[in-house]
Design a protein around this ligand. Structure first.
Ligand code: CA2
Length: 145
């Protein structure tokens, strides 16, 4: 089983700014945690971060026929991107949305998630642990199929 893990814009700044929302650990720490969990689950993962919407769309399209599932934190594109929603719908790969903070308790504009309607689950407000929960949700979903 192979899972693509996507992180959207500014998540390369993790651990550098805004610790009140995103903690003090870095993106490299997050990738390490995900890879350790993947090994324990007996699956493979590829982690990728981009600040560019079209690049994320390209990676979702490239996953077609290759990845069994997608775990995505679209970051700010959660609240703006019909393109990411359409990409996930197009490839029809089971996808879980994850957020480090809980966007529903923050600014009004963060309450909208376009991608959510194409996802099998959303995990939010659980810090980095939320990625591990999202990975487990995907794996259990795929193993039931
Ligand atoms: O809570 C999340 O995971 C978010 O997806 C993070 C996005 C935000 O736009 C969403 O509403 C919720 C922002 C990611 C920015 O990450 C930074 C990390 C460190 C320093 C500055 C920004």
């Amino acid at each position: 089983m192979h899972i693509l893990v996507l992180n959207g814009p500014n998540l390369n700044m993790l651990g550098i700014r805004e610790p009140e929302h995103y903690g003090t650990q870095t993106l490299a720490d997050l990738v390490q945690m995900i890879e350790t969990e993947a090994a324990a689950l007996g699956i493979t993962v590829e982690c990728f971060q981009s600040n560019h919407e079209g690049v994320l769309v390209d990676r979702i399209q490239e996953a077609y026929g290759k990845a069994d599932g997608i775990l995505i934190n679209p970051a700010a594109y959660t609240h703006t991107s019909v393109a990411l929603l359409d990409a996930v719908k197009a490839v029809q790969i089971p996808t879980v949305e994850v957020h480090i903070s809980d966007p529903d308790t923050r600014d009004e504009f963060r309450k909208i998630s376009y991608i959510r309607q194409a996802c099998i689950a959303t995990v939010k407000g659980k810090g980095f642990e939320g990625y591990l929960e999202g990975l487990n949700i995907l794996v259990h979903h795929l193993r039931q199929k």
